[in-house]
Design a protein around this ligand. Structure first.
Ligand SMILES: *[C@@H]1O[C@H](CO)[C@@H](O)[C@H](O)[C@H]1NC(C)=O
Length: 200
């Protein structure tokens, strides 16, 4: 009976490990979430496979329809159909695309920038007259609204400082109590403590 129980338990464990493995491997694909505070500059990473010859890159957000976040082709940016909200805010990490790096830099982000960013590289090949594009990565950008605490980063710093102060205060109180007890025990009868200090 005990053995049967063990077998069931080990099967359950195997299932659990398998589930965790599936979850972690699906999130290890090119689907990332990046969190930023309002006003920050963020880099949305994208790196094309080494065997790809790159003509350029297009960063887009499906909810912006035809307009893109950034389009760079044959050595130049094409601002014509860029969504106006990204004008002068979107840039490439490296226009040489060295090391196949086509990461996007987005300055001064706000909550309006939240969404799903798709990185597609343009290659010289053609498919039915259309330039071949390939989606490399998809990044979910989340932006914390501006607040008096200075966003999540400020909040974390604030909480850490508070925790350090709390530990210091508790430590001090314990230390004080300890040394006072010691001095009372060793030098004075406890009744003296009740008398005003001026008379000593
Ligand atoms: C950043 O964006 C906000 C609007 O989201 C704007 O009011 C502000 O002037 C911008 N700051 C800079 C430095 O461009």
């Amino acid at each position: 009976m005990d053995l049967k129980h063990n077998v069931i338990e080990s099967k359950m464990k195997a299932l659990l490990v398998f589930t965790i493995f599936c979850l972690s491997s699906s999130s290890a694909q090119d689907l990332k979430t990046i969190t930023a505070d309002s006003g920050q500059t963020v880099t949305l990473p994208c790196r094309a496979p080494n065997d790809k010859i790159l003509r350029g890159v297009e960063w887009s957000r499906p909810d912006l329809k035809e307009q893109y976040v950034l389009l760079y082709r044959d050595g130049q940016f094409l601002p014509d159909d860029q969504h106006p909200s990204f004008k002068d805010r979107a840039d490439l990490e490296d226009t040489q695309m060295e090391g196949q790096d086509v990461s996007l830099i987005l300055k001064n982000v706000s909550t309006a920038d939240e969404g799903r960013y798709e990185c597609q590289v343009l290659t010289p090949e053609r498919k039915r007259g259309k330039r071949a594009v390939e989606t490399i990565s998809i990044i979910n950008l989340r932006v914390a609204p501006p607040g008096p605490t200075g966003g999540t980063a400020g909040l974390i710093v604030g909480l850490s400082v508070f925790a350090v102060l709390l530990v210091a205060a508790v430590g001090f109180v314990i230390y004080r109590k300890h040394t006072r007890n010691q001095s009372v025990d060793s030098f004075q009868p406890s009744s003296i403590e009740l008398q005003p200090l001026e008379s000593v």
